[in-house]
Design a binder for this molecule. Sequence first.
Ligand code: IMP
Ligand code: MG
Length: 181
Amino acid sequence: MVTQPYVIDEMISAKAIAARIEALAAEIKKAYAGTDKLVVVGLLRGSFVFIADLVRELDMNVEVDFLEASSYGDSMESSREVRILKDLRGEIGGRDVLVVEDIVDTGFTLSHVLQLLKSRNPRKLETIALLDKPSRRETEIRATWTGFEIPDEFVVGYGIDFAQRNRNLPYIGKVRFLEES
Ligand code: IMP
Ligand code: MG
């Protein structure tokens, strides 16, 4: 539960996000040209808006699947311990897999998920993250494609939440707590 009042200051506009996704989709189409084996795997729940916009820019054969890993719970701190809450429905052995993440922060979530998926022997395994906070990284991981690098701020919107709120904002904004009066 969020008790302290806060406001959201816009950081990345809906228009800027759309333009960046168009450019990323062009790169992805090039990287996967000629494949009919692409499976786009969204990490729930934060990537659901991003994956929806991204796959609509990919005019090629794609399958969409989802995986849910535990992360922050309702707090603002990463738990380090990553559990799989919901696994893929489909097989990825021999397939080209693109993992779609909302934010890479410490990197624990993505490295854990990639380790798991690698063990299932995909033909190719790449990642795309809408946002990257490189200053927070505690692992070696880096996404193949990144939308925007951002400073160490807590952000919401475009699928990303603060204690389950603000996922429905069309832009990315940063959370600013108001002083208690
Ligand atoms: P990591 O395991 O520390 O890299 O955390 C990645 C996950 O933490 C992301 O998929 C988000 O769900 C969540 N997260 C990281 N930073 C933020 C943020 O600024 N706002 C909301 N969620 C965040
Ligand atoms: Mg997440």
